[in-house]
Design a protein around this ligand. Structure first.
Ligand SMILES: [Fe+2]
Length: 186
């Protein structure tokens, strides 16, 4: 049996890949399959990663972050019926499904960005992703996530920079308000 692909293997590969290219498509092409392997082998997964955050609706557990906040790897679990509002990341993102189904709603920004604190979004893609499935978003990509199932969902997220250090935003679809989005870390 092949050895499991560990977090240590993944971080070493991420360091190598991002030292060789800053092109986000190239990072996705090379690191995406490794994120899928990490998510499928589940060697990183610990019982504490199932601990939820009922206040927030999703719980974020940090697996790795470089001292300068780059290359953040997180486990995120989502309570049934809960989710995260539309948001961007301020960096590139690779999400690989571990357990359960997560609904992803991808948005395009349709305003010209001229009004501070305001954004208009339009749905461009609405789909479900399950275990082993991969979602890659470039810097500026906007999505909302929901767990519409009746069981906890878990995914492993890799960001070019820790998302609480990118100045990223969340978007209110009803009012068009754009504001900071900081997540609680477990
Ligand atoms: Fe996200």
């Amino acid at each position: 049996m092949a050895e499991p692909y560990t977090l240590e293997h993944y971080v070493a590969d991420l360091r190598r890949i991002t030292s060789e290219t800053g092109d986000e498509d190239e990072i996705f092409r090379r690191a995406g399959p490794l994120a899928q392997r990490l998510a499928t082998d589940k060697a990183f997964l610990q019982p504490k990663h199932y601990e939820t955050n009922p206040d927030q609706g999703f719980a974020t557990h940090l697996l790795h972050e470089e001292p300068d906040h780059s290359l953040a790897v997180l486990v995120v679990n989502w309570l049934p019926g809960r989710g995260a509002p539309a948001h961007d990341h301020g960096t590139w993102a690779i999400v690989a499904g571990v357990e359960g189904q997560e609904r992803n709603i991808r948005y395009s920004r349709v305003d010209d960005g001229s009004r501070p604190g305001h954004a208009e979004l339009e749905v461009k893609h609405d789909f479900h992703a399950g275990p082993g499935e991969l979602i890659c978003m470039k810097t500026g990509g906007i999505h909302a996530v929901r767990n519409d199932s009746d069981t906890l969902s878990i995914s492993v997220h890799t960001y070019g920079r820790h998302i609480n250090h990118t100045g990223r935003s969340q978007f209110d679809l009803d009012t068009g308000e754009k504001k900071d989005f900081i997540v609680q870390m477990e």
